[in-house]
Design a protein around this ligand. Structure first.
Ligand code: THU
Length: 134
């Protein structure tokens, strides 16, 4: 495993510790590496008004955009439990706005890396800005 990926897994795990998930009890951390070499981590943030909750990936994207960055090169998502914590449908769309179909998404658990999937596999027919140019 590359040192970069190891670092991303550490950053996602550190963010996951700070997850605010009192309702689901499910803690998620995410880390984005951009093509400019920056790292942005985030965790899920739930809310007593459940639909106002925010996924870890959305938090990491917010950090990236607020910093003036925006081209995703690699993604790590770390969740609880024994199942693969793949990005939810909404986050696949959110991530695909700033990633390409080839962008690797590394799915981790508390035990480390479990599977690597590409954005294109997760969301084969993404709605992109190209659609708006027709
Ligand atoms: N969650 C994420 O943060 N990212 C994912 O990829 C899947 C789900 C969060 C949302 C909610 O706070 C909790 O996990 C349970 O769904």
């Amino acid at each position: 495993m590359s040192e970069t990926l190891q670092e991303m897994i550490k950053l996602a795990a550190a963010a996951r510790v700070n997850a605010y998930a009192p309702y689901s009890g499910f803690h998620v951390g995410a880390c984005i590496r951009t093509t400019s070499g920056n790292f942005y981590a985030g965790c899920n943030i739930e809310n007593a008004a459940y639909p106002e909750s925010q996924c870890a990936e959305a938090t990491a994207i917010g950090m990236m955009i607020a910093d003036g960055d925006g081209q995703i090169a690699e993604i790590v998502v770390t969740g609880d439990g024994e199942h693969l914590c793949t990005p939810c449908g909404g986050c696949r769309q959110r991530l695909s706005e700033f990633a390409s179909p080839e962008t690797p998404v590394h799915i981790c658990g508390p035990d480390g890396l479990r599977k690597t999937i590409s954005m294109g596999e997760l969301l084969p027919h993404a709605f992109k800005t190209d659609n708006l140019e027709d």
